[in-house]
Design a protein around this ligand. Structure first.
Ligand SMILES: NC(=O)c1ccc[n+]([C@@H]2O[C@H](COP(=O)([O-])OP(=O)(O)OC[C@H]3O[C@@H](n4cnc5c(N)ncnc54)[C@H](OP(=O)(O)O)[C@@H]3O)[C@@H](O)[C@H]2O)c1
Length: 134
C-alpha cells in the first residue's frame, strides 16, 4: 500500500516538454539513459553529457531505434572528473543553445578511484562541504 506522503510518479505523468532543453549527465547508461529517453520521448531536446563519445553515440542510436518518434538527442562531451573538460563542455553547450531548462546531475560512481593529478568536481564538492561545515 503506497505511503500517504508519497505520490507515485510514472513516465506517463511527464508533461509535454516541447521547447525545453535538458542536459543529463551520464545519460548513456543506467538511470541516466532511461531519464534521457523519457525526457526526449516527451518532446525535450536532450544533451547527454558523457565522457565517452562512442558510448554516448551508441546510446543515442539505440534510443532513436527504440522509438517511432523523432527524438531530439545530442552529445555533449564532458568528463566530470576534469574541471577543464566540464568548462569545455559548458562552453560548447552555450554556443549551441540560449537556454537550459533541466539539468539532471545523474552521473556518478558509488566509490571512485584516486585521481591524484586532476582537480575534479568530486574533490571540489568535498572541499567545499568541509569548508562550509566549519
Ligand atoms: N543504481 C542504483 O541503485 C543507485 C542507487 C543510489 C544512487 N545511485 C546513483 O545514481 C546515479 C546513476 O546510477 P546508475 O546505476 O544509473 O549508474 P551507471 O549505470 O553506472 O551509469 C553511470 C553513468 O555516469 C557516467 N559517468 C560516471 N563517471 C563519469 C564522469 N567522470 N564523467 C562523465 N560521466 C560519468 C557513466 O558514464 P560511462 O558510461 O562513460 O562510464 C554512466 O553514463 C549515480 O550517481 C549513482 O551513484 C544509483
Amino acid at each position: 500500500m503506497p505511503s500517504e506522503k508519497f505520490t507515485p510518479f510514472h513516465a506517463q505523468d511527464i508533461p509535454n516538454l516541447s521547447g525545453y532543453v535538458a542536459i543529463v549527465t551520464g545519460g548513456n547508461a543506467g538511470i541516466g539513459y532511461e531519464t534521457t529517453f523519457q525526457l526526449a520521448l516527451h518532446g525535450a531536446r536532450v544533451y547527454i553529457a558523457g565522457r565517452s563519445p562512442d558510448r554516448v553515440k551508441k546510446a543515442i542510436e539505440q534510443m532513436k531505434a527504440s522509438s517511432a518518434k523523432t527524438l531530439d538527442l545530442h552529445m555533449l562531451e564532458m568528463d566530470l572528473q576534469s574541471l577543464g573538460s566540464v568548462k569545455g563542455g559548458a562552453e560548447s553547450f552555450m554556443r549551441q543553445e540560449s537556454r537550459l531548462d533541466l539539468l539532471i546531475n545523474n552521473a556518478g560512481v558509488r566509490s571512485h578511484p584516486s585521481t591524484a593529478n586532476k582537480p575534479s568536481l568530486h574533490k571540489v564538492i568535498k572541499r567545499k562541504g568541509k569548508h562550509q561545515a566549519r
